[in-house]
Design a binder for this molecule. Structure first.
Ligand SMILES: [Zn+2]
Length: 353
């Protein structure tokens, strides 16, 4: 009888609640994370100093490193700085750029990473990927999952609302990404990892159907948990498939075609997801998704983030090229320019104003 089930790479501690930062020291003191108390903590130079003031008294054995930005060079420099320190673990305390730099640096020197995100802008906070700017633009680097994730909802509430909005768009877009995965399964026989799909879909549905708003702790709790589960779903499947389909191809196309004008990751992914749901004929789901995104102050039309309809049509046309090999509703339909234009007009009518 087969008795082995698979082991899922996942953090040993997930602590999401208001005030969680006050107990960070006890989380880190876990034998599996830091037995000596020697920690390398990566923070940003600007907003990081307030957090450092608050947290450093409880971490006497920590050395603090200011990280410049979110580039591969920043991450390599950080790895070089912490290499000789004989640390037990690396702590990334800050926004997405800090977490990604810390993830990469920790992986490079073979130390576990504790992620302490200070905003909820996307699902990278607990994913096995570090996104860093490099000479060719932007790269995704495979790294181990964080060993612990601590999210203080009081800190999250202090971050600008646009970060929370971005996280909502990213979480909700899972629903469209899973639909793309299922489409590819039907058409190409691509294998679906049922557990990864379940985790990512439930994360998206929970955020989509939650009646609360960005000012409520219970909503932020669900959103933070959804983003953590999305990250773990990517570890389970071994790629970004559970959380990235046509929605993310559209997002990448915005970034690549209009690097200076691009909106936030989640704004573009949410809009991309609502449109992709319409393209796949899920008109009611598309309209419901658009309603929810609007309720949270997210865009559902390109003009709401400063793009013309023609520019959006270009984005949708270019989107499949951003992710060669990934089969989504866009690759499936192979739309011509005039078809995208017509479908966009129908989409606008369908979601109402
Ligand atoms: Zn995303």
């Amino acid at each position: 009888m087969p008795v082995l089930t698979r082991l899922i790479p996942s953090p040993v501690v997930v602590d999401i609640r208001p005030g969680a930062l006050d107990d960070l020291a006890s989380v880190l003191a876990d034998e599996r994370i830091s037995h000596s108390g020697r920690l390398a903590v990566a923070v940003s130079g600007g907003s990081g100093s307030k957090l450092r003031e608050r947290v450093s008294p409880s971490l006497p054995g920590a050395t603090w490193y200011e990280v410049g930005g979110g580039t591969l060079d920043d991450a390599i420099r950080l790895a070089g700085d912490i290499k000789a320190g004989h640390y037990d673990a690396v702590v990334g305390l800050g926004g997405g750029k800090i977490i990604d730099c810390a993830k990469f640096a920790a992986a490079r020197v073979g130390l576990p990473l504790v992620a302490v995100p200070t905003n909820l802008a996307h699902d990278g906070l607990c994913s096995p990927v570090a996104t860093l700017d490099n000479d060719a633009g932007r790269g995704s680097y495979g790294v181990p999952n964080p060993i612990a994730v601590v999210i203080d909802l009081d800190v999250i509430r202090e971050a600008p609302a646009r970060f929370v909005r971005s996280g909502i768009g990213d979480a909700v877009s899972n629903i469209s990404a899973i639909a793309d995965w299922e489409l590819s399964h039907r058409v190409n026989g691509e294998k679906i990892d049922g557990l990864a799909a379940a985790m990512a879909r439930q994360a998206g549905e929970a955020v989509l159907r939650h009646p609360g708003g960005i000012g409520d702790n219970d909503f932020l709790q669900v959103l933070a948990e959804a983003l953590v589960l999305s990250g773990i779903a990517m570890s389970v499947s071994g790629d970004s498939r559970p959380s990235s389909g046509a929605c993310h191809e559209i997002n990448h196309a915005f970034d690549l075609l209009f690097p200076r004008r691009a909106a936030s990751h989640g704004e573009q992914c949410g809009l991309g997801a609502a449109f992709a749901m319409y393209l796949r004929g899920a008109h009611e789901e598309s309209a419901f998704m658009a309603d929810v995104l609007r309720r949270h102050g997210l865009p559902v039309l390109p003009e709401e983030i400063g793009f013309t309809v023609d520019e959006f049509v270009r984005v949708v046309e270019f989107a499949p090229e951003t992710r060669p090999g990934r089969y989504t509703i866009l690759e499936h339909l192979e739309l011509k320019t005039h078809q995208i234009k017509d479908l966009y007009v129908d989409y606008v009518k369908a979601i109402g104003s």
